[in-house]
Structures are given as C-alpha cells and as structure tokens.
Design a protein. Structure first.
Length: 361
C-alpha cells in the first residue's frame, strides 16, 4: 500500500471514515488506478451507508489488481447490492482458487462476520489471513479478538487486540476493547493506558462506547488538577510515613460492574496525585483528599473527599466542607463525584478538626 494510501488506512482504523475517504481521494488524484485506495474508500462509503459511492468504487477497483483482487472487489459490489449469498459464494471461490493469497481469507471471514456467521470457520479464515501475512492483518486480529469477547476468552481478546495495535497503532476500537477486557481482568493501569490512547485517537468514538467512563475521567482529571495546584491550609497534625494511598477497606463492596471499578480507579488516581501535592491525609483508618471541586453546580468549594466503602444507596464518595479549621460532612457523592440529592445521611452535620488529620507523604 503506497504511502498516502497508508495514511488513509491509518485514519480508517481510527474509525474516522469521512476523513479516510478524503485521504484516499487525495491519493487517487495522483494514482487513479490504485486498487487498495479504491477498495477501502468503497468500504468507507459503505460503512457511512453511501451504497451508490461504495458500489462505484468497487466496480472501479475490479478493473485493476490481480485476478484475485478483482474477484474480491466484485464480491464487495455484490454485498452492497444486497446479494449477500452471492457475495459470500464469490469470496469463498477466491479462497479456493487462490488459497495462498491472504486477502480472500480475510474478506471471507469478514463477510461471514457481517452476516452474523460467527463460528469456527469464520475464525479460521481470519487466522489463515494472519498466517499468510495479510497486509492489513490488524483488522484480522481485531475480528478474532472481537469474536472471543462473546466467548469470555479474555486472554485471547488481549492477545489479538494487542497484536492489532502493534501492527497499527491508530486502531482506536482495538484500544477500547483492550480497556474493557483489561478492566475485567483487574489490570487497571494497563486498561487506563489504552483508554487514554483511544481518547486521543477518536474521542467521539470512545465516548460512544464508554460515555460514563469518559465523564468520570474528566471529573477525575479536574479533581486531580485542583488537588495538585492547591496547598493544605491549617493542615494536619503530623506525618505518617507508613501511610498508604487508599483506605484499608478499599474494596468494591462485592460489586463487579463498571461503576465500581471506574470509581475505584478514579480514587486511586486522585489519591496518588494528591499525595505528591501534599494533599492526602489520614484519620481513623480513612483516607482523605483535599481539593476544590464543584459537586452541586454552584461553583468550586474547598472540600475533603473520602471513599465510601459501603456504597449504600449508590454512594461512592463522601464530601466534607472545610471552614474555620473544621471539616463538616456535606453528603454523599455518586460515581461522577456529584452530590446525591434526597439521600438520607446519618452523618449529616458531623464534623472534626483539621488538626486531627495526619498528612501522608
């Protein structure tokens, strides 16, 4: 695949199909007979439900390339003309006539997958394309990994998705899948790293697949920034060199859903940054972060936050206002660090002196 076409394919894997079409079109201005650009521009048009443009590109692509490639382009045209059985039959003929060419195997698997035929034969087709070193094998690895998700084969998913991003570092959806499965495997640091990469490559896509995680990450970054920028006023009464970054009872209350895991990850991130900024404290076996945060839509407040280990009524954090050298309980916060309205609070109005806090370093 020529350099400019490769740029288009990299953008294609970011799931930014409109921009990919523009890049393929630029390449085709100089190389109008380039098979790969025509084929993947056609696929991009098809994904955007512009069947007329897709069919036009596949028809043009069929004029160029090897006999194998021409049959692959014809199969795509049939697929977008609504002749699914003919398309699968044609692409299967490609694998029989040209068994050593990986493009036929990849698209045979791809056509079966798009027709919801997700069986061993489909996986075998993708694996054959990988074995034969299909130039766009990142897609083959992704599809195998995606099919393993439904089988709860977490380690298989990780293996294929990591290979996909290794072959093409712009593969946004593969990073999203890695975040999901690594979160389930409690590999939070690796999951967070891949999630950040997905956001950088395609934030709208990542938000669509993980809206709550994106919102919580933004909240965490805001809290971390204010924690790192501020300083403790009227601070704690000592230095506990043996302290940790989190509560000793730092579990998720037995829950395994995404809210629990993400809230736990946010807390660890906030606590880690707050500790470096001298904003992490300990009292009665509970850890507190001091920061400025808008928890109720009325503006930022000087508050202490601790993790709610019980999580009664959907609470994930507890907030305390800081005034006159005292910390007074405000209420419980949800997983987005927003004040929960109407929740009964047995601790309402309770307070303690700031000097009772021990700074963790």
């Amino acid at each position: 695949m020529a350099e400019t076409a490769s740029v288009g394919f990299a953008i294609f894997l970011q799931c930014n199909k409109r921009e990919a079409i523009q890049e393929f079109s630029k390449h085709l201005e100089y190389y109008p007979n380039d098979y790969d650009s025509l084929l993947y521009r056609g696929i991009s048009h098809g994904i955007l439900q512009d069947e007329t443009s897709a069919i036009s590109d596949f028809t043009e692509a069929a004029k160029y390339g090897s006999q194998c490639q021409k049959m692959v382009a014809d199969a795509h045209r049939l697929l977008y003309e609504g002749k699914t059985e003919d398309a699968i039959s044609t692409i299967h003929q490609v694998t029989q006539r040209f068994p050593s060419d990986p493009i036929g195997w990849h698209f045979y698997g791809s056509f079966r997958r798009s027709s919801n035929i997700r069986d061993d034969a489909t996986i075998a087709a993708f694996e054959k394309a990988i074995e034969l070193k299909f130039p766009q094998a990142a897609l083959s690895h992704y599809y195998v990994g995606e099919m393993m998700v439904s089988e709860n084969n977490h380690y298989g998913v990780v293996e294929h998705m990591e290979e996909a991003v290794k072959l093409n570092p712009t593969f946004a959806l593969a990073y999203v899948q890695l975040w999901k499965v690594l979160t389930k495997l409690n590999r939070e640091e690796d999951a967070s790293r891949y999630f950040e990469k997905a956001l950088k490559l395609n934030k709208p896509l990542t938000q669509a697949h993980a809206p709550q995680a994106c919102q919580q990450l933004d909240t965490a970054k805001s809290a971390c920034a204010t924690a790192a920028a501020g300083g403790m006023k009227g601070g704690g009464g000592g230095n506990d060199s043996g302290g940790s970054d989190g509560d000793s009872s730092d579990g998720d209350g037995g829950g395994n859903d995404d809210k629990h895991r993400i809230a736990g990850k946010i807390w660890k991130k906030i606590a880690s940054i707050a500790k470096k900024a001298g904003q992490l404290y300990r009292k009665d076996n509970r850890t507190y972060v001091r920061t400025k945060l808008d928890i109720d839509g009325t503006g930022e407040k000087d508050i202490l936050i601790s993790k709610d280990t019980a999580k009664h009524g959907g609470a994930y954090f507890k907030a305390y206002s800081v005034t006159n050298r005292r910390a007074t309980f405000i209420g419980s916060l949800d997983e987005n660090m927003k004040l929960m309205q109407g929740k009964h609070e047995s601790q309402a109005g309770t307070s303690f002196l700031l000097k009772e806090l021990k700074q963790l370093s």
